[in-house]
Write a protein that binds this ligand. Structure first.
Ligand SMILES: Cc1ncc(COP(=O)(O)O)c(C=O)c1O
Length: 394
């Protein structure tokens, strides 16, 4: 049986997959099973920030695999302790203790547990258009009704939704029962929504006034993607808790909850755990990612090259009626098109021409390439999109 048939026969049908089996990657490129090459502007959805199979990451994983892959958090783990110390250098001020896990959703589950334990309060304020994951609590904090409703029985009834980028509504809801407010500094899956200048500082102030914790979900925006190590830094906001995953391991699965020490210290042995969390292999990978990002100054690079990319996308918007808006920061960019039909057709046509792009929130083309992307890659994508949009808007 070929891969497509095996997948249909043996894998849960939870993903709408494109008719493509990717078998190899290097830098900005991936290859399918027929040998066709694609320029990758998806990067495993904001994961492969160093590009595919970066030599420093491959070397670190191989060396650690030969030495020690897994023990348990029953023991001290050298790469885990070293990774935490490195993270303390790059996370927003005040974030200086970490809990390691395996995914974004798991990091957020930990963030909720910590907030409830620390504040002894019961409710969490979350945003419309948000995405926080697919486990029972994180899908409960996620806006899209179709993700939540079939599982209503499993979802804790603790979430208060308020419109994103609306401080008046937040002020109405945040109160003395609010353990935490969770927010993506820039909403990713919701369509790359960038808030106004006063929004995050305003949320920080409201949390302080009501004794609630501010959780920044930086699973998608973190690790340099938007031009700062963490997107909340664009607004000078220091959260009480921060969640990371995706790009942290550069493709190796790892998630992390960071918090202020006095908050993280509300956890005692037995309160929270994860068998694979912070295992030597995952932590060696994440250490190599951070060290390489620092060496290549990738956050600064994301600002510079992202600015160029945005300018080129705005040129397309000036030329094509179907492009309604270009938005985003650094290398988390989007072009909102006029319809889902047009956006879907653009993704297919781009693939046929050898470009991987992604569509989110129905009609928003989202670009989250590796942070090593160069101008020539952007130019060739923009040139292709120019032709594609000309075709699809007819
Ligand atoms: C902002 C945000 N939070 C959480 C998640 C969930 O992460 P994971 O799929 O690793 O559980 C995602 C995934 O897209 C995300 O974008």
């Amino acid at each position: 049986m070929d891969v497509k048939n095996l997948t249909e026969r043996y894998i849960a049908h939870t993903y709408k997959r494109q008719p493509l089996t990717l078998v190899k990657g290097r830098g900005m490129f991936v290859w399918d099973s027929r040998g066709k090459r694609y320029l990758d502007f998806v990067g495993g959805i904001a994961v492969c920030s160093l590009g595919h199979c970066h030599p420093a990451l491959v070397k670190a994983i191989s060396a650690q695999a030969k030495k020690l892959m897994h023990v348990s958090n029953l023991y001290h783990i050298q790469p885990q302790a070293e990774l935490a110390a490195l993270l303390a250098q790059v996370t927003p001020r005040g974030i200086d203790k970490f809990f390691f896990c395996n995914s974004g959703a798991e990091a957020i589950e930990g963030a909720f547990k910590l907030a409830v334990k620390h504040t002894k309060r019961q409710r969490i304020v979350t945003m419309e258009e948000s995405f926080h994951g697919r486990t029972a609590a994180t899908v409960g904090a996620t806006w899209k009704a179709s993700y939540r409703e079939p599982f209503e029985a499993l979802i804790p009834k603790i979430f208060d939704f308020v419109p994103f980028n609306d401080l008046t509504s937040a002020e109405r809801v945040i109160g003395e029962q609010t353990a935490a407010v969770i927010v993506e500094p820039i909403q990713g899956e919701g369509g790359v929504n960038v808030p106004s200048e006063n929004y995050l500082p305003g949320l920080r102030k409201l949390c302080d006034e009501h004794g609630a914790l501010l959780i920044c979900d930086e699973v998608q925006t973190g690790m340099g993607r938007t031009g700062k190590w963490f997107a909340c830094e664009h607004w000078g906001v220091a959260p009480d808790e921060i969640t990371m995953a995706k790009a942290l391991g550069g493709g190796f699965p790892i998630g992390c909850l960071g918090a202020k020490a006095e908050i993280m210290d509300s956890f005692s042995p037995g309160d929270h755990a994860s068998t694979f969390g912070g295992n030597p292999l995952a932590c060696a990978a994440a250490k190599a990612v951070i060290q390489t990002m620092k060496k290549l100054k990738l956050p600064q690079r994301a600002t510079k090259i992202g600015g160029y990319f945005k300018k080129r996308l705005n040129e397309l918007a000036g030329k094509h009626m179907c492009v309604r808006e270009v938005r985003g920061r650094g290398l988390l960019l989007a072009a909102e098109l006029s319809s889902k039909q047009i956006a879907d057709a653009a993704v297919v046509k781009a693939r046929e021409r050898g470009f991987l792009i992604n569509c989110t929130a129905d009609k928003v083309l989202r670009f989250v390439p590796p942070l090593i992307v160069e101008r020539r890659h952007i130019d060739s994508l923009v040139e292709a999109l120019d032709k594609i949009l000309g075709e699809v808007e007819k």
